[in-house]
Design a protein. Structure first.
Ligand SMILES: *Cc1c(COP(=O)(O)O)cnc(C)c1O
Length: 381
């Protein structure tokens, strides 16, 4: 067996170390739920609803089973009709667009900014048609889209905003008047995911929807619970999407540490930024003006067609990396020819799919590991 120092054990996401740091609390919270028997909608779920609402600065939070359900429930609650168009970036995780197609709505795919990887009002506006009803800005990799102009655009055209906040929980957006609002609480509905590797990760699946409007929140709640208004009275066709009490108990403990986790991710990102600055052919992540970054991913661009070679090289050195995302949504088999705006090529999305690479990023990265990763990235170039 190789000695532990010759092949470092570096993880893309290190959930075990994070657990070890709070093992006793987590174990006793989980056992407490099991002993109580309140597996569904128990006190831990109610506590989480209130805690997350407070954290986000949102009036209502509806926990649900996962982030994809959150997006689906949001679109179901907006009363859209088959054929209505929903604008979504072509460079994102599939879930953002999948739910649109699933509900027989039409995804309209738009390009993203080459530096921040986020959609902008300028890119969205030309895609708006008479049938456009909603925009799904995805706060990709940990920072907010530039929301002030997007909100103004949505207002002008009477469009709903459903934020995909699965990767950016905790990020703060600052308006030109100085108001600061967390991502997810900027649009009509915010959707997030507690998939284990997300910044606020459960030990299984989980998600949440948030809204400020009382009526909309009521509809979201009804949709998420079989369209039920009173027990056994179903006014809408809904779905069954819940966060279970065990996951809520874990999330309550981790929510209290979320800002600290995000701070540690920022420290790791700053280390990478410093160590990897000024390398020809490598662009470290650019910051979105007006937003903090919570570094769900540390995603760089490699030019000159060398991205895959860098990944291979790092693999040989025991350094994991990931390509988020290798294929544009319009090039996915499932979506070929479905984009309502007939898109089959967007220049920035196309370039990003070939150039992006994400380095290990989590709250437990130490200087030694970061130093080793950076040394090898530099050695490649
Ligand atoms: C993770 C993720 C989702 C979906 O979340 P799940 O909980 O896995 O369903 C949606 N959108 C984005 C951008 C994501 O990263």
């Amino acid at each position: 067996m190789p000695s532990p120092t010759s092949i470092p054990n570096i993880q893309m996401v290190d959930l075990k170390s994070q657990y070890r740091a709070m093992q006793e609390e987590i174990d006793s919270a989980v056992i407490e739920v099991i002993r109580s028997g309140a597996f569904i909608n128990g006190p831990e779920v109610k506590k989480f609803k209130a805690g997350l609402a407070d954290f986000l600065g949102a009036k209502h939070v509806i926990p649900c089973a996962n982030g994809t359900d959150a997006l689906q429930i949001a679109l179901m609650a907006l009363g859209l009709e088959p054929g209505d168009e929903v604008i979504v970036p072509a460079f994102t995780y599939v879930a953002s667009a999948e739910v649109i197609a699933l509900l027989n709505l039409n995804p309209v795919m738009v390009d993203v900014d080459p530096d921040t990887f986020n959609v902008t009002a300028e890119l969205i506006e030309p895609a708006i048609s008479e049938r456009t009803k909603a925009i799904i800005p995805v706060h990709l990799f940990g920072q907010s889209c530039d929301m002030e102009p997007i909100i103004a655009l949505a207002k002008k055209h009477g469009l709903h905003i459903v934020e995909d906040n699965a990767q950016s929980i905790g990020a703060v957006y600052t308006f030109s008047d100085g108001r600061q609002i967390r991502t997810g609480a900027l649009g009509d509905v915010g959707c997030t995911s507690f998939y284990p590797s997300k910044n606020l990760g459960a030990y299984g699946d989980g998600g949440a929807i948030n809204a400020n409007d009382d009526q909309l929140a009521e509809t979201l709640q009804v949709v998420a619970n079989h369209g039920q208004t009173r027990r056994y009275y179903h006014d809408l066709v809904g779905c069954n999407s819940r966060l279970d009490s065990i996951q809520a108990a874990i999330l309550n403990l981790k929510l209290a540490r979320l800002d600290e986790y995000n701070q540690r991710r920022n420290e790791a990102a700053e280390y990478y930024d410093r160590a990897l600055a000024g390398i020809e052919g490598l662009q470290t992540p650019q910051r979105q003006p007006n937003s903090t970054h919570v570094f769900h991913q540390y995603t760089m661009r490699v030019s000159g067609g060398r991205r895959d070679a860098l990944q291979e090289y790092l693999k040989g050195k025991g350094i994991p990396s990931m390509i988020y995302y290798p294929v544009a949504l319009y090039d996915q088999k499932a979506f070929k020819g479905t984009a309502a705006n007939d898109i089959d090529f967007l220049p920035v999305t196309d370039a990003l799919c070939k150039e992006v690479i994400s380095l290990p990023m989590h709250s437990e990265l130490d200087a030694e590991t970061l130093g080793y990763i950076c040394k090898e990235v530099k050695a490649f170039f």
